[in-house]
Write a new protein. Structure first.
Length: 227
């Protein structure tokens, strides 16, 4: 789980404000769905104050709900968990909506091949096996498995899994590095058309259309030629 955080927090990466807002708002919705609590109740439950009932509201959860501020992840210097991890301990599965590589992949900011390789390698086996050769074959510089473009995209597009959407986005970012316009065009188009697949996740309600809008903007500004 900590490795996923690294995709969001690469030292040279400056997160788009719009992506941060989508990411944090989605996390807040996931927490509210898992806990069935209001923003005020969540603030009281996870307040650091020793007098939770009497302490005045900081309204920090209102800022989270708007995506204006992102909660901290990981551990404090004293070993205690930061807020997002404490919440995930109480409501397992919520942290993935905050630190998923999906957000880094959606963002217009460029990525390195090292980041791309790490995302492919951390995928569940079914997806990893599509893109990465078995370890016994990848002892040198080369690790990427050859995939036929359209059959690969068609297979991913038919899967109603968030991981399939992430795989398509990874193909898009990899294509930017390789300057492969055809793969970029086809994979990004499939990701944009994945809207119905995103709609099955209640956590993405109210943000799925904004995610697609952002991807459509990337599609329109890509500057394709000879396609």
């Amino acid at each position: 789980m900590q490795e996923e955080v690294s995709h969001l927090m690469t030292s040279r990466y400056v997160e788009d404000i719009e992506i941060r807002q989508l990411r944090v708002r989605t996390w807040v919705r996931a927490v509210r769905l898992a806990s069935d609590l209001s923003l005020i109740e969540l603030e009281r439950q996870f307040s650091d104050s020793k007098t939770k009932a009497k302490a005045p509201r900081s309204c920090i959860w209102d800022k989270y709900a708007k995506g204006d501020v992102a909660p901290r992840m990981g551990k404090k210097p004293n070993g205690k968990l930061h807020l997002a991890n404490r919440i995930d301990k109480a409501y397992p599965g919520t942290l993935r909506w905050l630190n998923s590589p999906m957000w880094r992949l959606i963002d217009k900011a460029p990525m390195s091949i090292i980041e791309i390789k790490a995302i492919y390698e951390e995928m569940p086996y079914l997806f990893r096996s599509i893109f990465v050769e078995p370890k016994h074959k990848t002892k040198g510089l080369f690790w990427r498995r050859y995939t036929e473009l359209q059959p690969c995209i068609d297979t991913l597009y038919k899967m109603e899994e968030l991981q399939a959407f992430i795989a398509l986005l990874t193909m898009v970012k990899e294509a930017e590095i390789k300057q492969d316009q055809e793969t970029h065009y086809e994979a990004l188009k499939a990701a944009i058309n994945f809207e119905d697949g995103l709609a099955i996740f209640p956590e993405l309600d109210f943000t799925d259309e904004e995610i697609i809008d952002y991807l459509e903007w990337r599609f329109k500004t890509a500057g394709y030629y000879d396609i």
